[in-house]
Design a protein around this ligand. Structure first.
Ligand code: DC
Length: 213
């Protein structure tokens, strides 16, 4: 039996950094499940299709290949918006479920898996050994995202970043299938006033109570 760590939370709460560091510390494999939704959304957007169109989105999700996750444009904000649109479509979520569960139960390294996303602890891996729900205030998350964009040399306006994030939060939290909510048994970790090192230290302490070294 491999160990599974499920990390959920809204955009820019710090879950990706945390998940990556936990995986490296424990020698586990890491899957950024947001990337899968981004890949589906961008395959549609690149060909001029509306990511909210149900039939093309479901077809694209069913045909997704691992190489699609390497596309260089998946980190763009356009990809985040397209992802949260395809993510409300039940058939898209269903098509992507197997891939995620397969990774969790058979991670390439065989030791354990860390998955982050919105519904890992609630839907993808409800029996995960450790469940974390990572949050931060909307303002803090928008501030972090703005800094990230500026560091990449991209032009960004604070109000636009905040509005985009609020829109995406609403869509992720209020969709009818697998909405963003803390899973039963999840430990909440608010990173509003923590830096990445502090968040990692708190999370590792928790993980160690369930996954001894
Ligand atoms: O984590 P991220 O910002 O890369 O995710 C992009 C979008 O994908 C997010 O707004 C909602 C969707 N998503 C999801 O619905 N379920 C997941 N497990 C991961 C992401």
């Amino acid at each position: 039996m491999t160990i599974i760590i499920a990390i959920d939370g809204p955009a820019a709460a710090g879950k990706g950094t945390l998940a990556r560091r936990l995986a490296a510390e424990l020698g586990f494999d890491y899957l950024d499940t947001g990337l899968i939704y981004r890949a589906v959304g961008m395959k549609l957007a690149r060909t001029g299709l509306d990511p909210s169109a149900v039939e093309p989105a479901e077809r694209t999700a069913r045909a997704l290949a691992p190489a699609d996750l390497d596309a260089p444009d998946l980190r763009l904000d356009a990809a985040a918006q397209a992802a949260s649109k395809v993510a409300v479509i039940p058939g898209v979520r269903a098509a992507l479920l197997d891939f995620q569960r397969q990774f969790a139960s058979h991670p390439p390294g065989g030791q354990g898996a860390v998955l982050d996303g919105r519904d890992i602890g609630t839907v993808v891996c409800p029996d995960a050994d450790v469940k974390l729900f990572v949050t931060a205030s909307l303002e803090k998350r928008a501030e972090r995202r703005l800094k990230e964009l500026q560091e990449k040399g991209l032009e960004a306006i604070q109000e636009t970043v905040l509005a985009d994030m609020r829109e995406r939060d609403d869509r992720d939290r209020n969709r009818s299938v697998a909405p963003l909510v803390p899973a039963e048994g999840a430990t909440e970790l608010d990173t509003s006033d923590l830096d990445a090192d502090q968040a990692f230290a708190v999370a590792l302490r928790l993980v160690r109570t369930k996954v001894p070294a």
